[in-house]
Design a protein around this ligand. Sequence first.
Ligand SMILES: [Cu+2]
Length: 342
Amino acid sequence: MFAWTWLITAYLLIAIMPVLAGAVTMTLTDRHFGTSFFNAAGGGDPVLYQHIFWFMGHPEVYVLILPSFGIISMVVPTFARKPLFGYSSMVYATASIAILSFIVWAHHMFTAGMPVTGQLFFMYATMLIAVPTGVKIFNWLATMWRGSMTFETPMLWAVGFISMFLIGGFSGVAEAVAPVDTQFHNTYQVIAHFHYTMAIGVLFAIFMAFYYWSPKWTGTMYNERAGQIHFWLTMIGANLTFFPQFFLGAGGMVRRYADYPVQFADFNMISSIGSFIFGLAQAYFLFAVVLPVIRRHGRPAPQRPWEGAHGLEWEVPSPAPFHTFSTSPRLDETATRVLHIE
Ligand SMILES: [Cu+2]
């Protein structure tokens, strides 16, 4: 699944990066060479810039989240000690999310002026993305269902990811409703939604990958207790930081201003305290988890540190030797179990 998500992400990147390159090139010539692509005074259209930017910008969030989905799809089966539920539906869901991501960009622009038919199209197209995403959440939960689960640090991040990404995803579906978005546009509601998916979601996946694969990368086990403390500090800090922002946004606090009315002070205070906990948790991570691993202070990692782990990387010593296999290993049809190795 990890390889599948990267393959699909690669196609996404190939499709959207030239569009961004076009946008920055047109901005460059507008600023320095007298063209008027986005300059209304010269007959250009500033909203065109928004269209081109968000044609890149929306798929870009899937460039971040699809590999995260790939990571969690490796971690959950390992610690539930069951094969991934619905493997092929996972691949189709990933591809569906990638394809749908190209036809939703204007949900960022409901207030920029758009015909009602356009609003409806982008609203329903955006809501449609919840379907394949729901398939993925269902499959992860079904993988856990009746599995013999243990909660080593990577699995904590996985469960944290699923629950936090659900909050981010549900708030996204609400914001996709055009009249609701008119109210929420440019408020902290959007900040909260975005950070639940991208900051908490993607960041949790990166930590998950570190704890899951660092024994294989370095040959040293991280300190399990330190990992658990890092997870809980981050979980509490991130939620204290971003959850109050839902209330601030719903209350009408706009983004990109250095100041705000006094009635928003309490929630902002909670948010600030949370952000310090969130930040300190990462300092703790660097000193209590990463540094000892880099200095090889810790128990040597076995070839397969996780009892339920299947896949090629667990068939070679930790850290993996430079020359791994003399002939191609034979795998089962889902490429998750190794049948024969020389
Ligand atoms: Cu978007």
